[in-house]
Design a protein around this ligand. Structure first.
Ligand code: ADP
Ligand code: MG
Length: 390
């Protein structure tokens, strides 16, 4: 789960990361008022959306007058901001953050991520920040420094100092960097984060380190024990299809194709998506309904897949181990009737009670297309889609 910049800043500021003073606004007038409240002679107005790359997309602006703050905020509210990371539909701006403008001498990159290879938290840092990490990795990979943290020891002081020196920091900056690194590590570890990023972390004209941006993501599976983090969820920033699925407790990821997928098991779901591609089609989603899918859950999965208007055919692929094919078949028949479906639905069942499942499908009298193998199911889904299109 992602959170907004201002929320991540609040968390990191409480742990001692230095950053400009700022305030949140829900209207242009409030933005102007925030600028007056903050004082000073220059402010940065920042669209709060769950995406980086806002600067390049016109979502971050330096303003020198209170009216400018208000007017610029006025152009952001209610607008869909399209960045490199949002996809063509963009993300809606409902909140803006106004903060004092910093005098920037240098922009650094600092990120904490999970390194799956070493199974540890890894720090990635660069003396050349500002741009997104993907671009940095492409254009300036040699500037990236990586450091892995031993979970038994935590982030050791010497490691933090070594990293600071490696970034070219000197004197008092080293101690400042050590504090920032420790704060980020604590935030990451203690809050079940999956990512903490400060980009840019700047060196100001007076030589101090200040965080101008902050991003955090959290492990959704740990939210049950982090209620104060779970509260930060902002459904307006989610793909509506995915919010729907999250509310239903389904593992769903929206994609751009038109073949809706209902599958049990993440591995089988991935394999099915590959087979669809191989057959010349494009999956509309990844969806894992899990092990013990009841008829109700199958019906819920249908509704989730159908909430995507692009879907023109649905492929149900169930390999029942824990599950039972007759249950799934019942769910498919129920959902087909309840949702008054007109789309072609391809069903491939295998495993426990498969004969019973096939019988239910066959005797339902519904125009369900059956398949015995995954390859056959993928071919039939692609063919059904072409039939519909023509
Ligand atoms: P994004 O990563 O989404 O583009 P950032 O918060 O990193 O958004 O802002 C983009 C750029 O705007 C930064 O790299 C920095 O150069 C500038 N910027 C952001 N906040 C401030 C600030 N408070 N003072 C001065 N410049 C800022
Ligand atoms: Mg940034």
């Amino acid at each position: 789960m992602d959170i907004h910049e201002y929320q991540a800043k609040e968390i990191l500021a409480a742990l001692g990361v230095p950053m400009p003073r700022g305030g949140l606004a829900y209207s242009p007038e409030q933005a102007g008022y925030r600028a007056r409240e903050l004082g000073g002679s220059a402010w940065v107005v920042k669209a709060q959306i769950h995406s980086g790359g806002r600067g390049e997309a016109g979502g971050v602006k330096l303003c020198r007058f209170e009216e400018e703050v208000r007017d610029y905020a006025g152009t952001l509210f209610g607008r869909s901001l399209v960045t490199k990371q949002t996809g063509a539909q963009g993300k809606q701006v409902y909140r803006v953050w106004v903060e004092g403008a910093s005098d920037i001498a240098q922009e650094l990159y600092l990120g904490f991520v999970l390194d799956r290879k070493s199974e540890r938290i890894m720090i990635v840092a660069s003396a050349h920040g500002g741009m997104e990490i993907e671009d940095l990795a492409e254009t300036d990979p040699d500037s990236l420094r990586r450091m892995v943290i031993d979970p038994a020891v935590g982030l050791a002081e010497y490691q933090a100092r070594e990293l600071a020196f490696g970034l070219g920091l000197r004197g008092g900056q080293v101690a400042q960097m050590v504090n920032i690194l420790r704060a980020c590590y604590r935030a990451y570890r203690d809050l079940d984060a999956t990512m903490v990023e400060i980009n840019p972390l700047v060196v100001t004209g007076t030589g101090d380190l200040v965080a101008l941006d902050a991003k955090m993501s959290f492990d959704t599976n740990a939210l049950y024990r982090r209620p104060q983090i779970a509260e930060l969820r902002d459904p307006s920033q989610e793909d509506p299809r995915e919010s729907h699925a999250a509310d239903a407790g389904l593992a769903y990821v929206g994609l751009d194709g038109d073949i809706g997928c209902i599958i049990n098991g993440a591995g089988l779901a991935m394999a099915t998506m590959d087979m669809i591609k191989l057959a010349g089609g494009e999956p509309a989603n990844f969806l894992d309904i899990g092990g013990g899918a009841s008829p109700e859950r199958v019906a819920q999965a249908f509704r989730t897949v159908l909430s995507d208007g692009n879907v023109s055919v649905i492929l149900v692929n169930i390999f029942a181990g824990i599950n039972r094919c007759d249950w799934v078949a019942e769910g498919v028949v129920k959902a087909y009737r309840a949702e008054k479906l007109t789309l072609p639905v391809v069903v491939r069942l295998a495993g426990t009670n498969v004969e019973e499942g096939r019988r239910i499908i066959a005797e339902s009298g519904l125009p369900l297309i059956t398949a015995d193998t995954l390859a056959e199911a993928a071919d039939k889904a692609v063919a059904a889609r072409l039939d519909r299109a023509s």
